[in-house]
Design a protein around this ligand. Structure first.
Ligand code: IMP
Ligand code: MG
Length: 175
């Protein structure tokens, strides 16, 4: 069984997301943003973030899997659903739920760079810097840095559960 302890409240998440949106608005002034939401975890965050972006935004979705059903990275990355549209010449912002080892993102960046976007940046809700394996992955925007805990909520799952929690919680395993 598992229990969920609140780590980041709904209010704090909102504040941090607004803070990052301000920075993005500043950086992208006069340009359009093509947001690539990484399914499924990035859905809640990309919707919340986009509400506060004041330059034109378009969306596309991509689904990749790097984890099995447990809490440990397998290092394997597989495309489950590719983008609907080409990204050539566009200012792409990848929106992720969490960057852990960085393996998923490293693979994704390599793949998308070959499609010739005008620019490509990374925005994540959560970052676990202590877990990074791919040291050269540069995170452009990050809302909250967290320690090495397995977290759920606001899009993040444990075994596909808890994505709908409005806060970020730590999973505590009992027996
Ligand atoms: P990475 O390739 O190790 O950076 O893993 C990134 C992906 O692993 C994320 O997009 C999540 O789907 C998943 N992940 C990593 N840490 C957690 C966590 O604490 N809770 C839930 N999912 C996680
Ligand atoms: Mg994910």
């Amino acid at each position: 069984m598992e229990e969920i302890r609140v780590l980041i409240s709904e209010e704090e998440l909102k504040e941090k997301i607004i803070e990052v949106s301000r920075q993005i608005n500043e950086d992208y002034k006069g340009r359009d943003i093509h947001m690539i939401c990484i399914l499924k975890g990035g859905v809640f965050f990309s919707c919340e973030l986009a509400k506060y972006i004041d330059v034109p935004v378009t969306f596309d979705f991509m689904s990749i899997s790097s984890y099995g059903s447990g809490t440990v990275s397998t290092g394997r990355v597989k495309i489950m659903k590719d983008l609907d549209e080409p990204i050539e010449g566009r200012d792409v912002l990848i929106v992720e739920d969490i960057i852990d080892t960085g393996r998923t993102l490293s693979y994704l960046l390599e793949l998308l760079k070959h499609r010739k976007p005008k620019s490509i940046k990374i925005c994540t809700l959560l970052d676990k810097p202590s877990r990074r394996v791919e040291k050269d992955v540069k995170v452009d925007y990050s809302c909250v840095q967290i320690p090495d805990n397995f977290v759920v909520g606001f899009g993040l799952d444990y075994d596909q559960k808890y994505r709908n929690l409005p806060y970020i919680g730590v999973v505590e395993f009992t027996d």
